[in-house]
Design a protein around this ligand. Structure first.
Ligand SMILES: [Zn+2]
Length: 336
């Protein structure tokens, strides 16, 4: 019980949580029925099975699970309600701040423009920020798609333009998400040159499960934070760069250990020991069946001390993409 209270004390912020992978299961099942995304006779258990089945032949294949909630999140109303419901949940969990990420281009299957997608999410989030104590911001993801950055060049450029429009009005940064080993990582560099010109800060998914060499590449591309980044441990020079630059890592332990459950073997232990700037996050609350509170509990159980967990929390507040007034407010809420 004491462990639970201790970890609750620090679990106030989540900087890496995906909208589509984090929706409440019951909420999305009901919406999927309402929108005829699933057949009328599909039971809740069948829907849950499709979501949680773990017999995909590869990690790439497993990412197709995202198609299920994404099929629901294609109207202004469902985007608005979905983010509102997610923030209600995070607020109930005791979080005071969250940065929720999503790829606008994945919500345009039924004719919405990326602009309308972001606008609807901003509106739902604004209402939640008014109704609940939690404050939040959005991160727009560019996507890896196909075997070349050319495959969705147009969609990614549009995401940057839309992010520029909503920057400081609900959106705080860009990201690059999707299956990172599909094609040459460097191909996406030109998109971040554009982001730099527009003065949009960004984090980049890299070194999650596959190639650790993406970590120094993402640092070179000018990322302010790294989504995961933990595979830098594959090479001493890459770890050294992470330590020397003190680039914040958005670490999501349960998500990385989804297949092997080897929590003790996760690189977070080495990274903390070596002095990397670690933050603790949930990634996909629904798919992984976790949340940031559970992540802190897990790490406490693995023997990471309260002092270190507190530092991870402070790191998250320090490197959040929010404005300074919000950052001050978050510090005030976090009492130990
Ligand atoms: Zn992620």
């Amino acid at each position: 019980m004491l462990l639970f209270l201790d970890s609750m004390k620090y679990a106030k912020v989540d900087l890496h949580v995906h909208f589509d992978g984090s929706l409440d299961l019951k909420w999305q099942y009901e919406r999927a029925k309402l929108r005829n995304v699933i057949s009328a006779d599909c039971s809740y258990d069948e829907y849950a099975y499709q979501m949680y089945r773990n017999d995909y032949p590869s990690r790439e294949e497993r990412m197709k699970r995202f198609d299920i909630p994404l099929a629901v999140l294609q109207t202004k109303e469902d985007l608005y309600d979905g983010i509102y419901d997610m923030l209600r949940y995070l607020n109930d969990l005791g979080l005071v701040y969250a940065e929720i990420r999503f790829a606008p281009q994945l919500h345009c299957l039924n004719g919405l423009s990326q602009y309308e997608v972001v606008e609807s999410l901003c509106e739902g989030m604004r209402k939640a920020n008014e109704d609940f104590m939690i404050r939040s911001n959005l991160i727009c993801c560019l996507m890896h798609k196909g075997d070349s950055a050319r495959c969705n060049h147009q969609e990614n450029v549009e995401t940057i333009e839309v992010t520029k429009h909503f920057l400081g009005k609900g959106v705080v940064a860009l990201d690059l998400a999707g299956y990172e080993n599909n094609c040459s990582f460097e191909e996406y560099g030109y998109l971040f040159e554009m982001a730099k010109e527009y003065k949009i800060p960004y984090t980049i998914h890299c070194g999650e499960m596959g190639k650790g060499e993406h970590v120094p590449l993402a640092i070179q591309m000018g990322a302010s934070r790294l989504g995961h980044g933990v595979q830098c441990v594959q090479n001493d020079a890459w770890v050294q760069e992470v330590i020397e630059t003190q680039i914040p890592l958005e670490v999501c332990v349960s998500s990385n250990c989804y297949d092997n459950k080897d929590f003790k073997g996760h690189p977070i232990h080495i990274l903390l020991k070596m002095g990397a700037k670690v933050t603790i996050n949930s990634d996909n609350m629904n798919f992984i069946q976790t949340n940031v509170v559970k992540e802190y509990e897990l790490l406490a159980e693995l023997g990471i001390t309260d002092e270190v967990l507190k530092q991870c929390m402070l790191n998250a507040i320090e490197c959040a993409f929010c404005d300074e007034e919000t950052r001050e407010w978050i510090y005030e809420q976090v009492c130990w």
